[in-house]
Design a protein around this ligand. Structure first.
Ligand code: AMP
Ligand code: MG
Length: 519
């Protein structure tokens, strides 16, 4: 394989724990621990992302090399790799959880490509680390397929996210109790190699502060600014202030995108919030099918619904407040920290407002639009309408001859469609009047809408079908889904089957409508 250029700044410039001692423990005075992947029985490459390979400077020849599966299955290291697990803490479900750390993620190193871009490579499921607590450091095929596909799908939807290079089956079994109900079973193991400029999370900053280790916090803050935010200018304090504001801004933009496409992360704990504003840690995430702001895919959150779709913008704000608390000791100007909260709120409403306007095909939102827009969401909920199909098909409404016909495929239940027929009809009249005010040519309106309303998202049941097939040794659907999701805004009529609403059998099926954190 073509060698990669590694420049491992995180481990070179920041204090680490190099005991090489794997047993679970509290790690103090260090931001990372030296680790080694634990070898697996029989690694096989199941799928890779050609775009991510290209980012690293690799071609199909490198991917096909027999060493590829060995390296990305954790059996071999490439020259220059220095594996480590990061030490971080986090707030989980609203409470401080103490030290968490990379329990089954291991960074292999930071590559710098021909364009000077830094890409860190990280294996997920390569064995235990000092942060594995009572767990095994492994990952199962189902969760790895989900992480691989969704990372790439999100990227192609234009949403900031970590990427995925490869999905390797390990040939080993992994014991999991999927619903924590005493029914543990052996499942096939797998490893994803994820790729991002940095995997630093809010929780990396929270942990040193919680321990009063302000020196360590300061080192990490200035390192992150220097490596990941080189565009910031001014003295140390000025940079730190701008940095916090930029994190608030990016987080708002990321969450606005989630809301645009109906993505529900499912576990927005502060250890799952990227300092770069990337979507990170794909676990029990899901996509809205019938529009329901209270929906969460995560069974662990079924009661509290803390991380349901509609809560995500508020949770982003809450998480930033935890980051603000963690950074207080190193940012002297308190007003900057408060300004972050306002910037988050303003950025979110401006960004989401623009997205909403584009989704409905109007030039710009005004306060007068609130009633009919709220009316649409209320009806989408009451009448059980598929969010993705509704918005995509909305572009097909013909202003000369408006009917609800194009929207019919988005309804899950005929009885509810009939019950709300009249309300929808009067909504359509209002909507068409509003469109007429803008005088956008029909083709332009449709193009504008189709650029923000995807035809294809990684529907929960599709991911599950690809998983079931892959578990039986058939990668066909996995490959086909990746291919379709590379162009989510294109009509791709030959692939219409992947745009269909959730079939009835999937309504209450495990993996399709409910997911656990078990992975
Ligand atoms: P998550 O909910 O996946 O973000 O994980 C929360 C914490 O648990 C992180 O520190 C993970 O690294 C750790 N963790 C989750 N699953 C495992 C596992 N199978 N083995 C070791 N650590 C794990
Ligand atoms: Mg996590």
């Amino acid at each position: 394989m073509h060698p990669l250029n590694f420049d491992n700044r995180f481990v070179r410039e920041l204090p680490g724990d190099t005991d090489g001692f794997k047993l679970p423990r509290q790690v103090h005075n260090a931001l990372w621990s030296e680790v080694q992947p634990t070898p697996v029985a029989d690694p096989h490459l199941l799928i890779h992302s050609p775009e991510v390979a290209t980012l690293l400077g690799w071609t199909e020849t490198d991917i096909k090399h027999p060493d590829f599966a060995q390296v990305f299955g954790g059996n071999q290291l490439l020259e220059g790799m220095q594996p480590y697990a990061a030490c971080y803490g986090g707030h989980q479900f609203g409470g401080w959880a103490g030290q968490l750390g990379d329990g089954r993620a291991m960074s292999l190193g930071e590559t710098v490509n021909a364009n000077g871009e830094r890409w860190e490579l990280q294996l997920k499921g390569a064995g235990p680390t000092p942060y594995s607590r009572r767990a095994d450091g492994r990952a199962v095929l189902r969760s790895s397929v989900r992480e691989f596909l969704c990372s790439e799908a999100m990227h192609h939807l234009g949403i900031p996210t970590t990427r995925a290079l490869s999905l390797v089956a390990t040939g080993d079994g992994v014991l999991r109790d999927m619903f924590y109900d005493g029914h543990a079973a052996i499942e096939p193991g797998a490893i994803v190699c994820r790729v991002a400029p940095s995997f630093i999370r809010f929780g990396n900053f929270e942990l040193p502060t919680s321990r009063g280790d302000i020196g360590l916090l300061e080192q990490l803050v200035d390192f992150t600014i220097d490596r990941d935010y080189p565009e910031l200018q001014g003295d140390t304090q000025a940079k730190r202030g701008q940095w916090f504001l930029e994190i608030c801004r990016r987080t708002a933009v990321m969450i606005a995108h989630w809301m645009r496409v109906g993505f529900v992360h499912g576990v927005m704990n502060t250890d799952n919030m990227s300092i770069l504003g990337l979507t990170i840690d794909y676990g029990p995430y899901g996509w809205l099918e019938d529009y329901d702001p209270m929906w969460t895919p995560n069974t662990t959150d079924a009661q509290g619904k803390r991380y349901c779709y509609g809560q995500q913008p508020y949770i982003g704000h809450w998480n930033l407040a935890r980051l603000r608390d963690a950074l207080k000791p190193v940012i002297s100007d308190a007003s900057v920290l408060e300004a972050g909260s306002q910037l988050y709120a303003d950025t979110y409403s401006a960004t989401f407002g623009e997205m909403l306007a584009a989704k409905f095909g109007i030039r710009e939102l005004s306060d007068e639009d609130a009633p009919w827009i709220n009316g649409a969401f209320e009806l989408l909920h009451k009448a059980e309408v598929d969010m993705t199909l509704f918005f995509r098909n909305l572009a097909e409404i013909d202003l000369q001859n408006p009917t609800l016909e194009p929207l019919h495929p988005a309804f899950y239940r005929d009885d509810l469609r009939q019950e709300h027929q009249q309300a929808w009809e009067s909504w359509l009249v209002q909507y068409c009047q509003r469109l007429q005010q803008d005088e956008l040519p029909a083709a332009e309106r449709r193009a504008r809408m189709n650029a923000v309303n995807p035809r294809f998202v990684l529907r929960n049941y599709l991911a599950q079908q690809a998983i079931d097939q892959a578990a039986n040794g058939d990668n066909g659907m996995l490959q086909e889904l990746l291919e379709v999701l590379r162009r989510p805004y294109d009509e791709q009529p030959a692939k219409a089957v992947f745009a269909e609403k959730r079939p009835e059998w999937a309504r209450h099926k495990a993996g399709c409508s409910m997911l656990s954190c078990s992975s």
